[in-house]
Structures are given as C-alpha cells and as structure tokens.
Design a protein around this ligand. Structure first.
Ligand code: C2O
Ligand code: CU
Ligand code: CU
Length: 540
C-alpha cells in the first residue's frame, strides 16, 4: 500500500499534497504487520525484555532536510576502453538543497556519485527511475526505517520516483548504495549502479586521519567485456547462478589496470568489495602488512595489522598506509591471493581474461591495483593508537539464538533454512522483538548434497550493524578456511560476514528503533537474485 502511495511523489508534486501523502505513510508504517504477526514469535523468551517503543520517524512536512539530493538511474555510456563506448546503467546525482560537498559526481566511470554525509544529518533523496525495468535503491549498512531501506517491495518503474527521508544514525564509516529489485540486483549492479556513501562524525574528525585527496575510496569489481567493449553478463547460464557471476578482469573505481598515484605520506584507503560474487584475499606484493583501521560499520577501536585481508562481496575494509619511506618512482601492488577451495563445486579451470589475469572462475593470483609513488612531500603523520570506543554487546544480553542454515536445495537452488524469498512473507521464526538482542548463527553446512554443493556465502543483514561473536569450522571445510581466516576483519561493527564452506559464524545484534520488514540475504548477488534472501520482521 505504501509503495503505491509513495510512487509518483514528484509527479504529484505541489509540496503540500505530497507531504501529506508521505506523512500518512509514516503513520501507517509504525503499525506495519503481516497476517499472523501478532502470534508466534517463536524462539523469543517472552518477558525477558521490557517492551520497546519504535523511534518516532518524521516524514513529509514534518521532515525538514538538511540536504536534498536527486538521484536518477538511466541508461548511459562511458569510455572504459579506447574505441567503442560501453553501454551502462548509471546513477547520477544532483544537489537540490544544502551543502554541495555532500555530492561528488564521478565522470568517466559507470559508478554513481560519492555521497558524503554526516551523522545526525537529515537527508532527503528523490530517486527517479529512467530504466526500462523496475528498480529501488538500498543504502547498504545504514540504519533507517523500513520504508527508507530500499526493500524490493518498494520498486518503482520507468518514469516513477521514490522519496527517501532519513536521519543519518550511523557512526562514521564507509557505506554504499546499490539497487535492490528482487531478481535483478545482480545485473543492475553489474551494469554500473553502485556508489559510495561515506559518513563522517565528530569523533572521526578529531582523529586527524588523512583526509581530502589522501582519503581514497576504492571499489573493487570484476567485469567481462566482449570485443565491442560491451559488458557481458550471465554467459555461463546455470553455472553463473550456482557460483555467482565472475568477470575475467578487475576494475577499481570503474577502471581496468587501476593505478593510484601517491605522494610520500600517509593515506586512508577505503576498500569496498563491490563485486557480484568474487571473494578477494588481498595483500601487498612485497609482504608489507596491512594496517586496518576500519570495516563495515566504521573505525575499529585501534589499528590492527593483518598479513592479508579476506573480503566477500559487500564488505568494506579501511587501511592506513604510510608511503613516506618509499622512494619516488617505486611501485607497490595490491595482489589477490585467494584460491577457491576444491570444495567449491565447479571451481578451477577458467580462461584468462583480456586484462590482468582474473579468471572466470573464483580464485587465482592476480593484481588488483598498483600504487606508484610519484611525488616527494614532507608531511609526516602518525596513526593514533586509539581510534574509537566500541562497546562490546554482552553475550548474555541475547534473548535467543536463531540459526540460519545456508544450503542448496533442489530444485530451487540456494536457500536460507530451506526457504527462498517471498516479497512480504515472514515465517514465525523470522520475527524479532523490538528492543531485544539476539545471536544469529549462520551455518554453511552443505545441505542434502553434502560438501559437494558448498560455496562461500557472504551473509548480510539490513538495519543495525552487528558484532561477530565467534567462528568455527567443521573438518571438511578446515583446509579452505585456514587459508582465509587470518584475513577476516571481525572487530568492530559489521553488516556482512563471509561464511566459508563448513563454517559457522555467530553474530550478536540489537534490534532497536524501527519496526517492520528488513532483509537478510547472501550478498553473492546471483544467490540473492535466486532467492537466497528472506525478510525478518521487527515487531513490538
Ligand atoms: Cu548490499 Cu540487501 O544489500
Ligand atoms: Cu544492505
Ligand atoms: Cu550465497
């Protein structure tokens, strides 16, 4: 109902009328429920926690935005290679009102603009769809009301608009946005639709981390192009659906053979695995350890050194890198070392790409990007030994443990507890009480065909960030797990965790502020599109 009301928002225009439509939606939202939601709620120890009330959300006239942005999805083209331009689907932004620094348009790439927001800011984003199919945009990692979350039930078609209004509740961090229409997220992201959403706050600013041109977001993606420079998607049919799409060439910030030209000083590099399904195990080619300062939900408590980092699709890792001791003219390569386990079915093989040696199979050693030290400067900076304070959620605050089995189930394919996505469907064991804390346990155990049909699944939850409690692995998964486990950046706050074959990951999460439907799903976009996604509902 609300989807229809919110459609055509811009067309209705006449702010008064539109505002009242939205206000009505806001009111309706609070009591959102699906049939049967009043009953059930299995697995919740009733009475353990006092009833919580939802956070009041202002919309329409009551919502006075600090910043207002227009975001339009439309077919476009870009020169990725010399010769023929590449057809893409691009998200472009325009500033309607507020501080112009919130919107950083990117030209010469398929990527959407970088949105730079501040904690506490009230943001209105008018999304307009000029694509020949349905779409809706999701703010990955942001804690927003269900109506503002880009749920697939809110898709809009060509010519329609959807208005998002939310306050930025998240702490400083590297978030991102991308489409979320059911069954079409993979191809739409692949066609170009994704962008960074960077949040800053006072705590972060006080640290004096490298900023401006020394704070660099880097999105890593794999793509396959044909000889006319056009994107190729889904050429492997069933195989792509089972494993996920794997491109044969690596792109960083939309460019092949990406080179980062740096000065002899410290940088903050914000890495995002924006690939549909490729997993990376990243390390500097000269063996320099990686200094990690943040992940999905912002800064860690303190910097941590890693020999390599493991990143599943959707995950972010922030690095602090000091190039001040490196001679001008030197180079450093960020290398991929991930080798898919033999347990990942259909692995191996794969032809070489036209570019840097990524393969159409998961895994392989190839360069991701090069850093060239080009300019001598004398700007010493020290990395603070303490970055933030992270309150550990006490394990005993959890009122229940909810287990999610990740498995292949014929004839459909990948499932969560044997189920696939239903647009507004919620099972009784998918209802969570507002104001409670739970342990969610993701178990990648194989399913009916045993280890044969086991692949890694990057599990993502919408809404609030969670904390990783622990991981364990069964004997059949151990070897592949050993090769990636030292690269898991599990400290701090997370919204996506890689769950390897045979692995069990337990996360702790609070469910506060907003009621309604939210998604949890595999962020391998082909798995997600196949239905490896479910709603959970937060109820009062
Ligand atoms: Cu990044 Cu539900 O997605
Ligand atoms: Cu998300
Ligand atoms: Cu998956």
């Amino acid at each position: 109902m609300t989807a229809i009301n919110r459609r055509n928002f811009l067309r209705l225009s006449g702010a008064g009328l539109a505002a009242s439509v939205v206000a009505a939606c806001g009111a309706a939202t609070t009591g959102l429920s699906t049939p049967g939601s009043a009953t059930g709620a299995q697995g919740i120890s009733a009475g353990a926690v006092a009833a919580a009330t939802p956070r009041p959300t202002l919309t329409g006239a009551a919502f006075s935005p600090d910043v207002e942005i227009g975001l339009t999805a439309a077919p476009d083209s870009v020169n990725v290679f010399s010769g023929q331009a590449t057809k893409i689907w691009k998200l472009s932004g325009d500033l309607i009102q507020g501080d112009p620094t919130v919107l950083q348009p990117l030209t010469d790439t398929y990527l959407g603009p970088i949105l730079r927001l501040n904690k506490g800011q009230r943001v209105r984003i008018n999304f307009t769809n000029q694509l020949p199919q349905e779409s809706i945009i999701h703010w990955h990692g942001l804690h927003v009301p269900t109506e503002m979350d880009g749920h697939p039930r809110h898709v809009i078609t060509n010519g329609e608009s959807y208005t998002y209004e939310f306050e930025v509740l998240n702490r400083a961090g590297t978030y991102w946005y991308h489409p979320h229409p059911h069954g079409r997220t993979g191809p739409q992201v692949y066609a170009g639709m994704a962008g960074f959403l960077l949040v800053s706050d006072d705590e972060e600013r006080a640290l004096g981390l490298p900023d401006g041109e020394y704070d660099i977001p880097l999105v890593i993606q794999d793509r396959t192009f044909n000889s006319s420079n056009q994107l190729v998607y889904g050429g492997n049919g069933m195989m792509d659906q089972m494993t996920g799409f794997l491109g044969n060439q690596i792109f960083v910030n939309g460019q092949p053979n990406f080179n980062l030209s740096v000065s002899t000083r410290a940088y903050r590099l914000r890495l995002l695995n924006g690939s549909n399904s490729r997993i990376y195990k990243l390390a500097w080619d000269d063996g320099t350890p990686l200094t990690v300062i943040g992940n999905d939900g912002g800064l860690l408590e303190a910097p941590v050194e890693y020999p390599y980092i493991t990143m599943g699709p959707g995950e972010r890792v922030e690095l602090w890198v000091d190039f001040s001791d490196r001679p001008v003219g030197s180079r450093l390569v960020m290398q991929n070392w991930y080798v898919a386990s033999s347990q990942g079915m259909m692995g191996g093989g794969g032809m070489m790409g036209r570019g840097n040696g990524a393969s159409s199979a998961q895994g392989g050693a190839f360069p991701i990007f090069t850093v060239s030290v080009d300019k001598q400067v004398n700007e010493p900076s020290t990395l603070p030994s303490r970055l933030s304070t992270i309150e550990r959620i006490p394990e005993d605050e959890a009122v229940t443990t909810r287990r999610v089995n990740l498995r292949m189930q014929p004839p459909g394919g990948w499932t969560l507890n044997g189920r696939t996505f239903e647009m507004t469907g919620v099972a009784s064991d998918e209802r969570v009480r507002l104001g409670t804390t739970e342990i969610w346990e993701f178990v990648n155990g194989g399913g009916i065909m045993g280890g044969m049909m086991t692949l890694p699944h990057p599990m993502h939850m919408h809404g609030e960030q969670f904390q990783v409690l622990d991981r364990s692995v069964n004997s059949s998964g151990r070897r592949a797990w050993e090769a990636v486990k030292d690269g898991y950046v599990d400290g701090g706050w997370k919204d996506t965790v890689l769950v390897m074959p045979g692995e069990r990951v337990r996360v702790l999460r609070r469910f506060a502020d907003f009621t309604g439907l939210f998604l949890y799903h595999c962020h391998n976009l082909e798995h997600e599109d196949m239905g490896m996604m479910r709603n959970f509902e937060i109820i009062v």
